[in-house]
Design a protein around this ligand. Structure first.
Ligand code: HEM
Length: 318
């Protein structure tokens, strides 16, 4: 941002690249250069896949899974993206396998490959295998990148629109973190206004509006409705976040709705950007969504910036 000065620019590629690099350095043990063509292509393919998945007939795949195999339109495009991203991830796993040093594991993939070997010797029934590794890496890479990127982009947009909020967030960053060290997750507890602002952005925008579809593992009755075993459940997080029975003036941007009269954070049960149920709240998955996301990245991106940098322009260029 500092590099562009007062010139307009599109923050998407920079934010998406840096967010994904956090995940890549943890999972693949490496970062990718901002000019790396293959990586940039992967990022734009993933962004496109998300767009098609939430904003086209592909949504119907949740109800009729066979639609996914239609040989035309967004269905075909999505399959091609899946093919390309799969090839990219499998290549990275293969590179790790070929250069694995048992004494010096470099990252998550190496640790997992070592575990696969160990389990193969001791336990034939083990679920540790390279297929699972691929799914885990894919989950982290795909589920983590666009969710966090889009949340950060929404934060920048809302703060451009609400300079008084931007000013308060910036003051909190200056007071709690200062300029001599990097932000850390423990700062979160001392930055209620920033936290409330992130929560309000997440409430308003819900970057995964229909969560991830799940299937009922047993027949259940909920408020008189029978949900048969095998039903696909698509939770509409968006409707909960905009429900006027839950939130006062739900369409207004008001970070203070998450603060009490002493400026301390209020936990609100109906705030569910990471999904509903045990899986999103208590599992490693929920922890990933929460921890490796926006909480550290936002303060870092606002750190050195004067407020006037966030001005919305019509002619943004890449
Ligand atoms: C602001 C950021 C994020 C939001 C709003 C978000 C939201 C969600 C939601 C709504 C779900 C579905 C939960 C459910 O099953 O009910 C989910 C699943 C998941 N998220 Fe996140 N997430 C974020 C960031 C991340 C990050 C940074 C990672 C990892 C590095 C991650 C990894 C996952 C994984 C592995 C799943 C499970 C996917 C599956 O079941 O196939 N998320 N996330």
């Amino acid at each position: 941002m500092l590099r562009y000065g007062k010139d307009p620019f599109n923050p998407f590629p920079i934010i998406s690249n840096s967010v994904s690099n956090v995940i890549c350095s943890m999972a693949f043990g490496r970062r990718f250069d901002y000019e790396d063509i293959e990586f940039k292509t992967m990022l734009s393919l993933m962004s496109r896949a998300l767009e098609i998945s939430v904003n086209s007939h592909v949504l119907l795949v949740n109800i009729c899974p066979w639609l996914y195999y239609l040989p035309f339109g967004p269905f075909r495009e999505l399959r091609q993206i899946e093919f390309d991203v799969t090839a990219f991830l499998k290549k990275i796993i293969a590179q790790h396998r070929d250069t694995l040093d048992r004494e010096n594991p470099r990252d998550f993939i190496d640790m997992y490959l070592l575990q696969v070997e160990e389990e193969r010797e001791s336990n034939n029934e083990s679920s540790f295998n390279e297929d699972y590794l691929f799914f885990i890496i894919g989950d982290l890479f795909i589920a983590g990148t666009d969710t966090t990127t889009n949340t950060l982009l929404w934060c920048l947009l809302y703060m451009s629109l609400h300079s008084e909020v931007q000013e308060k967030v910036h003051t909190e960053i200056e007071v709690v973190i200062g300029r001599d060290r990097a932000p850390s997750l423990t700062d979160k507890a001392h930055m209620p206004f920033t936290e409330a602002t992130i929560m309000e952005v997440q409430r308003m925008t819900v970057v995964v509006p229909l969560s991830v579809p799940r299937m009922a593992s047993a027949t259940a009755v909920l408020r008189g409705y029978t949900i048969p075993k095998g039903s696909v459940i698509v939770p509409n997080l968006w409707s909960v976040h905009r429900d006027p029975n839950i939130w006062e003036r739900p369409d207004d941007f008001q970070p203070t709705r998450f603060l009490d009269e002493n400026g301390q954070l209020i936990k609100r049960e109906m705030f569910i950007p990471f999904g509903i149920g045990k899986i999103s709240r208590y599992s490693w998955n929920g922890l990933f969504c929460l921890k490796f996301g926006v909480r550290v990245a936002l303060p870092k991106s606002l750190w050195h910036l004067p407020f006037s940098y966030f001005v919305i322009e019509n002619n943004i260029h890449c």
